[in-house]
Design a protein around this ligand. Structure first.
Ligand code: FAD
Length: 464
């Protein structure tokens, strides 16, 4: 039986560029196959959706079918001796953590929110604060089950590397992931030992990250995107590692794996205007930088360290009805100066970054569409609806591409198609594998159609 569908308007986390699709919510792999078969019979394109945390249009399919995969949730089997789990692709990282942390395990790689699904994490090959040391999410996946309209197939990196690595980072365009087998990492406690350091400008910040990355598993910098002149790129750098039992205060030693402080506050209303304007940002940044210790080590909770924004549910509403975008790019290590130029460029064009996060990446994945490469990545939040923003970001795309860098597809809702092949040089290799996995051209998203990801002419199938 095919799952029932309902017509819904969907957008990404940035809340811009919504499109309407028929949404099905299958609860098992059989339901996924049936929904895909129904879409194919109706001559429609389809795409999987997780928790909608991609910022742009990756999990949208205007006029087509969207498969809400959150019904494919739950632990299917767990070996908590070896740290290996087989989970439904619709399981959220938050739910997985609730099961594995008390048993002394943690995710091998986590993005900055736990409100993403395992399928979404795999499809974007997400990275975390430990990328410089451990690489991206797909590196810890041992097996995926991938559904198409004719059934479910299982792929692993040894027996079927082409299909496996086309699916890792493949943005849902090779099929619907229904199950994932994932290796976890051991932890002794549910607390993080975090060293905080202030950097006076962008050069000091990058020097600090470069020097410390050899010693710590997790590193990242909050950068003041508003400070100018000699203070351009001043930053608060945090260097973290999982705390050991011996580091806990006596009171916490009896329950070292207990998680504390996970209260979630809602944004109680949808403001009619952007509440995160330039004045608010400047005042916040000044206070945040000044309040940060010059150098301090402290114990923090897993949630406070990895997922600070999850404490405020629906915080994306603070940007008002026009929403916001996140411009995340990476440039190779020898093009580090691009980071400074990007900050200067936005300031010269009076675009106020509301949040800037900087990180140094390590080795790239084998997956052809995976975003990280050895280099510097900056993720920059910007309110949309700002005149001239599109042109300013187009100029940055040119700068990033010319430096051998790329923008992150999971954050994108605006890039032009002509730069994609330069940014993702293994695009043709991915397209060739994808075409074999999806010979009917069933899978497409608004992102894929906007960027002609699946080929210069896009999918042949009609939109509905
Ligand atoms: C606050 C915040 C912080 C973030 N921090 C980071 C970060 O640090 N690092 C990072 O890499 N990313 C980060 N992200 C981005 C986020 O991790 C990715 O966009 C992730 O893909 C979202 O997962 P989702 O379940 O919400 O999927 P969706 O947003 O619903 O979909 C994203 C993509 O995954 C595909 N997909 C989803 N489920 C499946 C499935 N079952 N089978 C096949 N394809 C599927 C969709 O088709 C789409 O292409 C952050 C996002 C937010 C909102």
């Amino acid at each position: 039986m095919s799952a029932a569908t309902s017509r819904r308007l969907l957008c990404g986390w940035g809340r811009a560029g919504a499109s309407a699709a028929d949404v099905a919510r299958p609860e098992d792999p059989t339901g996924v196959v049936a929904a895909l078969g129904a879409a194919r019979s109706a001559g429609r394109v389809a795409i999987a959706r997780g928790l909608g945390r991609a910022y742009g249009d990756a999990a949208q399919c205007g006029g087509g079918t969207v498969l809400d995969c959150t019904g494919l949730d739950g632990m299917l089997s767990a070996d908590l001796e070896a740290g290996r789990v087989r989970v439904g692709a619709g399981t959220s990282l938050a739910d997985l953590l609730a099961t594995v942390v008390p048993a002394g395990w943690f995710l091998p790689v986590t993005p900055g929110t736990a409100a993403v699904t395992i399928g979404g994490a795999l499809a974007a090959d997400v990275h975390g604060k430990n990328h410089h040391r451990d690489g991206s999410f797909g590196g810890f996946v041992e097996r995926v089950s991938l559904a198409g309209p004719d059934g479910v197939r299982v792929y692993d990196p040894t027996e079927a590397p082409d299909a496996f690595f086309a699916t890792v980072g493949g943005m849902g365009l090779t099929g619907v992931v229904t199950e994932v087998t994932l290796r976890l990492q051991r932890i002794e406690t549910a607390l993080m030992a975090v060293e905080t350091r202030r950097a006076a400008d962008i050069d000091e910040c990058m020097a600090l990250l470069s020097a410390e990355d050899a010693h710590v598993p997790y590193s990242v910098a909050w950068v003041d995107g508003v400070a100018r002149g000699g203070r351009l790129g001043r930053a608060v750098v945090t260097l973290g590692r999982h705390a050991t039992l011996g580091e806990l205060p006596a009171a916490a030693c009896a329950t070292p794996l207990e998680r504390h402080g996970r209260r979630r506050l809602p944004v109680p209303f949808a403001p009619p205007v952007n509440l995160v304007g330039p004045g608010v940002v400047a005042a916040f940044n000044e206070a945040y930088f000044r309040r940060a210790p010059r150098a301090r080590t402290s114990l923090e909770t897993i949630d406070g360290y990895f997922y600070p924004l999850d404490a405020l549910a629906d915080w994306n509403r603070l940007y008002g009805p026009r929403g916001f975008t996140q411009y995340q790019f990476v440039v190779p290590l020898d093009a580090a100066d691009v980071v400074r130029r990007v900050l200067e460029h936005l300031q010269q064009r009076h675009k106020t970054p509301t949040l800037v996060v900087l990180k140094r990446f390590g080795v790239a994945s084998r997956a052809p569409l995976s975003f990280p490469m050895p280099g510097w990545t900056a993720a920059i939040d910007l309110a949309t609806g700002n005149p001239g923003l599109a042109a300013a970001l187009d100029e940055l795309d040119e700068l990033v591409a010319a430096a051998g860098g790329r923008v992150y597809l999971a954050k994108d809702g605006r890039l032009r198609p002509d730069l994609v092949a330069a940014m993702y040089p293994r695009l043709d290799q991915w397209r060739a594998t994808r075409a074999k996995l999806d010979p009917d051209g069933l899978f497409a998203s608004d992102l894929a159609r906007r960027l002609h990801l699946t080929g210069p002419d896009g999918p042949k199938r009609r939109r509905g």
